[in-house]
Design a protein around this ligand. Structure first.
Ligand code: PLP
Length: 414
């Protein structure tokens, strides 16, 4: 045992945003002015320039022959999706509702894929009529699509979503390996592939998605390599050439103390190898990776206002007008096992020294409504603006906004 206190792990620096004086700049605008422009707190703001920069830096490490898709469930705000249409090669949707957002945003149906277990017949019919690629998740879905294709006189475009026989290691959320509700078990895929021609479906390829929120490049490389090799083995038994191979994503962003940004270098190198190999083995295949939070998460902030500053038995609580009902993930209740703090700042006191640790809470009558637990922040007063970083993904639409009947959150792209 040493007497030297262990360094408290810090959040990754939120240096994607800059400041002017004490004000955080979002979309180039001082935060206090942006709050006036929006006309209310709380709000989410996503910075277009940061979206552009993120996609540009990713393109630099991806091989040329690799398509980049945005999975819109991370943030389906229509203005944002429309902006992404100009940056990426395709959109992935997880419901017919998201499919409408993607089509309205101007992405062509050819470049939209639709995944998710339990697609209802009505949704399947909408997708066939639209002409999007359906990632088939069960034999029942394939058979339902056969009937719909015949009725509409349009063969459904299908890729088989495979539940691989491996897991994505160190993933925040595992979505493959073992028994899963996603995809078709790898060992059952050949039988479905044999059935496809008789069903009158247009086979286009495979979709593999190993998991989410991974910060270890080596684990992502391993999952992508294994996914590629599995797809090549299955391709030998497919009823036609593979035209689309979606290798998934899972790229994480640093949310919590001690986490650091993903090293893209090894991932880019490995994908380059895959692209080179695929040019021989799957010559007709478009290779795709699909990312949600990695593309948009770091570009967005959640902003709420301090309503009250309470001292309870010596501990300071900053009570805000926002909380769990708008931002479930930052409260720690969206899939976290142990609650940890998102990075938080006082957006109009950026240059000021940190004071004693305070807790940032919301207005809900539950102790779960916590945005920051004992965080050292500059001395804040009612009227100040609390910023929760890393909030561009899984924000408003992943939160129970009706809980307790407070006003809805605003969302802007700046
Ligand atoms: C959720 C999901 C994504 C996006 O995950 P992120 O962690 O936001 O990158 C991509 N593809 C599929 C199939 C998904 O279910």
């Amino acid at each position: 045992m040493s007497d030297i206190p262990r360094a408290v792990p810090a959040h990754a620096p939120m240096d994607q945003f800059t400041c002017r004086g004490d004000e955080l700049l979002v979309g180039g605008m001082p935060l206090s002015r942006l709050a006036e422009r929006v006309g209310q707190t709380p709000f989410y703001a996503v910075d277009r320039a940061l979206l552009n920069a993120r996609v540009a830096s990713l393109r630099q490490v991806l091989p040329e022959r690799m398509s980049l898709h945005y999975a819109i469930k991370a943030n389906p705000m229509p203005a944002l999706v429309q902006h992404m249409v100009g940056l990426v090669d395709g959109l992935d949707v997880a419901s017919a509702g998201e499919m409408q957002v993607a089509l309205n945003a101007g992405m062509q149906a050819q470049d939209i894929s639709f995944a998710g277990p339990g697609k209802r017949d009505a949704e399947l019919a909408q997708a066939v009529a639209a002409g999007v690629l359906l990632n088939v998740e069960s034999p029942r879905e394939a058979r339902a699509l056969a009937g719909i294709s015949q009725r509409l006189g349009l063969p459904a475009r299908v890729a088989v979503r495979v539940n691989p026989d491996f897991e994505l290691k160190s993933s925040g959320m595992k979505m493959s390996g073992g028994p899963k509700q996603f995809g078709i078990d790898a060992e059952a895929v050949p039988e479905l592939l044999r059935e496809l021609p008789a069903l009158g479906l247009a086979f286009e390829g495979f979709h593999l998605y190993a998991g989410s929120q991974n910060l270890k490049a080596a684990s992502i490389v391993e999952a992508q390599q294994k996914s590629y090799e599995l797809a090549c083995r299955l391709a030998d038994q497919a009823p036609g050439p593979v035209k689309a191979l979606n290798l998934g994503g899972g790229f994480g962003i640093p949310y919590f103390p001690g986490e650091t940004r993903l090293d893209l270098g090894p991932i880019g190198d490995n994908l380059a190898g895959i692209a080179q190999d695929a040019a021989q083995r799957l010559p007709q295949a478009e290779l795709i990776i699909e990312l949600g939070r990695y593309l948009v998460g770091e570009a967005g902030v959640y902003v709420c206002r301090v309503v009250d500053r309470k001292v309870s038995r010596g501990h300071v609580f900053l009570v805000t007008d926002g909380g769990l009902h708008h931002h479930l993930a930052a409260s720690g209740n969206f899939g976290q096992v142990l609650r940890k703090n998102y990075p938080v700042a006082i957006g109009n006191r950026m240059g000021q020294p940190q004071g004693e640790p305070v807790s940032v809470v919301g207005p809900l009558c539950t102790p779960l409504d916590l945005l920051g637990d004992r965080m050292p922040l500059p001395d804040a007063q009612p009227g100040d603006l609390i910023v929760v970083y890393q909030s561009g993904a899984y924000g408003a639409t992943a939160s129970p906004q009706n809980f307790l009947g407070h006003p809805a959150v605003a969302e802007v792209l700046v």
